[in-house]
Design a protein around this ligand. Structure first.
Ligand code: KIV
Length: 292
């Protein structure tokens, strides 16, 4: 395990982050850093950056698989992506997102799905969305010995019921309900909560009332940590830019430019050049040709 500020062992290798390290960071040290990852390259980038948590988010539905919403990704698809992420991670806590349809119907289904996610991807803990019956599901999974991260505010799996992708808890009643839901998830043993798209002042009050860390996305600076979607922070597609996103790279433009340059080079016979090929000794070449 590492210390509360992200320490390295005497070998210089970063120590593995434990759940207790995450919980111990509440109110101390720098904010927790979480990022999504969906495959081996994104996982290795997160590992190299020494983030605290990596979420194999069901946003993979859109970022990786081209679906219009998170509700469309299948469990099997998430399992494939999760396994690839596991291969690229060593130190951060790996959080497996439970896709829609894998936990809501019963406690039994929730526990079976959580166990499958852990066993088949190697994730350390799971995340599920919402309150209400999700509080019962979280309790059941925690009682089965698997750590649970909650997710309140905008919950994309049920965005239709929330009236679309909108800021949540914008009324006094909504803000009070958010606090109640957060306390309920904490009471059943969730180790942390994502707060998505809620006013900063409301997220601040929720954070102050919990003993577990809050991790915000569009929830202001007072959360105990922050999470961004890998493809958003690296700007894979500048057409989609939620207000809370900051770009730390422009991968999409760079990829489009690179593939276009390659296409132009091949068509103009500029690629491959001599230095991209392999030689055969002249004598062998002549012998080969003479037998043709
Ligand atoms: O699926 C996801 O990427 C998420 C984050 C937006 C928190 O739930």
């Amino acid at each position: 395990m590492r210390g509360t500020d992200g320490t390295h062992s005497s070998s210089g290798r970063r120590d593995v982050v434990g759940l207790e390290d995450i919980v111990a960071r509440k109110g101390t040290g720098p904010p927790l850093v979480m990022v999504t990852a969906y495959d081996y390259p994104s996982a290795t980038a997160a590992e190299a950056a020494e983030v605290d948590l990596v979420l194999v988010g069901d946003t993979a539905a859109m970022t990786m698989l081209g679906y219009p919403g998170t509700e469309l990704v299948s469990f099997e698809e998430m399992l494939v992506l999760g396994r690839a992420v596991r291969r690229g991670l060593r130190t951060p806590v790996m959080v497996g997102d439970m896709p829609m349809g894998t936990y809501e119907a019963s406690d039994t289904l929730a526990v079976q799905s959580a166990q499958r996610l852990v066993k088949e991807t190697g994730c350390d803990v799971v995340k599920l969305e919402g309150a209400g019956t999700s509080v019962d599901r979280a309790r059941a999974i925690v009682n089965a010995g698997i750590g649970v991260m909650g997710h309140l505010g905008l919950t994309p799996q049920t965005h239709t019921a929330q009236g679309g992708f909108r800021t949540q808890a914008k009324t006094a009643a909504g803000a009070l309900r958010l606090i109640d839901d957060a306390l309920a998830l904490q009471a059943v043993g969730c180790f942390a909560l994502v707060l998505e798209a809620v006013p900063a002042s409301v997220a601040s009050e929720v954070t102050a009332r919990l003993s577990i860390p809050t991790i915000g996305i569009g929830a202001g600076p007072d959360c105990d940590g922050q999470v961004l979607v890998f493809n958003d922070l690296l700007d894979y597609d500048s057409a989609i830019k939620p207000r809370f996103v900051k770009h730390y790279g422009h991968i999409g433009e760079s990829a489009r430019r690179g593939v276009a340059a390659y296409t132009a080079d091949v068509r103009a016979r500029r690629y491959p050049a001599a230095e991209h090929g392999y030689d055969i000794p002249q004598a062998d070449l002549e012998a080969f040709r003479s037998t043709l």
